[in-house]
Design a protein around this ligand. Structure first.
Ligand code: FE2
Length: 329
């Protein structure tokens, strides 16, 4: 890995010379994903080191850290480098002492898979794309970054997949790009997120949905200006303004693009692994094999507040039903 490691070059400092890089960035595919070493995330990060981390995630979309033994407070402090944190989830609640942290165990995924497999034909929600999704797009202001920390990880199994939605857009032919640039799509709470009638009221009294939002199908990345195919296989129900079969055919075509293996990286977890992905430019799926192993898997997630997505034509996302994702700071 080290021989293939690409060392990031910092922007020239004011005196015109470049300072040495503080971190090492080792890409895992040519398209998406890089492992970062040479930084201890328990410590506060200086401005230059965080600038290098930010530069790495802009280029590689998802970054992986190993052997970071973090407390919950250290996890949140690291996340705040990217911006203010949100509550754990608009519907599910976080840890009682840490409302920004969403802890998840593998059993939740098994329930979801079982529900999906036993649903009568024709009664399933819009799509079942094997868990591929963007986080929290049923609200109009989805989180900008997602940060996931491995607490208890099985010896094998439980990997997470990440796909570049920038590559998915870039790979389209010019005629399809022109078509999708001007479209909006409806995203709504999935049956899993909604949790059915068993979902308990929140301690803080906030609404538990349903949530429905209208997003541009292509969003302009707020930091890089790139065009992103902002399609959520898990929660996008239809394309606004199209006939039903036109909408389904177009979404099927685009889902096939989003989930192409050449746009994806697969991450093998270990305890104390930390993953940060740009939720404005990445779809992810995982763990993909939860139905097939019986070991414990516990991860903790925090999310960084995001903006209302904006399309190439200036269309700005808006809620159709439900509140915006709020910010805890
Ligand atoms: Fe997710």
């Amino acid at each position: 890995m080290s021989s293939a490691a690409a060392v990031l070059t910092r922007d020239p400092v004011r005196d015109g010379r470049s300072a040495p890089s503080r971190i090492t960035v080792a890409p895992v595919t040519p398209v998406i994903g890089a492992e970062i070493s040479g930084v201890d995330l328990r410590q506060p990060l200086d401005v230059e080191t965080f600038a290098e981390i930010r530069q790495a995630i802009r280029k590689w979309r998802v970054i992986f850290f190993r052997d970071q033994d973090l407390t919950n407070d250290q996890l949140k402090a690291f996340g705040r480098n990217f911006g203010p944190l949100t509550p754990a989830h608009p519907i599910s609640e976080g840890l009682e002492e840490h409302p920004e942290i969403w802890e998840r165990e593998i059993g939740e995924y098994r329930v979801r898979r079982t529900e999906t497999d036993t649903r009568p034909v024709g009664a399933r929600p819009p799509r079942d794309y094997k868990g591929w999704h963007i986080d929290i797009t049923f609200v109009a202001n989805p989180n900008s970054y997602s940060i996931l920390y491995g607490v208890s990880i099985p010896a094998y199994g439980g990997d997470t997949l990440f796909a570049s939605l920038a590559a998915a857009y870039e790979g389209l032919s010019p005629a399809i790009k022109t078509l999708v640039d001007g479209l909006q799509v409806v995203h709504q709470t999935s049956s899993y997120d909604a949790g059915g009638p068993s979902r308990a009221p929140r301690r803080d009294g906030r609404s538990i949905g349903p949530f429905v939002s209208l997003h541009p199908l292509v969003r302009i990345h707020p930091e890089t200006g790139e065009k992103i195919l902002f399609l959520n296989p898990g929660t996008t129900t239809h394309v606004a303004g199209l006939k039903e079969r036109e909408s389904q055919a177009l979404l099927d075509l685009l889902y096939g693009e989003v989930t192409r293996p050449e746009y994806a990286a697969r991450f093998r977890w270990a305890p104390n692994s930390l993953v940060v992905w740009d939720n404005q430019a990445v779809a992810h799926a995982g763990p993909v094999d939860y139905a097939h192993f019986g070991e414990t898997r516990v991860v903790r997630r925090i999310t960084v507040a995001g903006e209302l997505p904006v399309g190439p034509d200036g269309f700005r996302s808006r809620p159709i039903e439900g509140e915006l994702f709020n910010i805890l700071g």
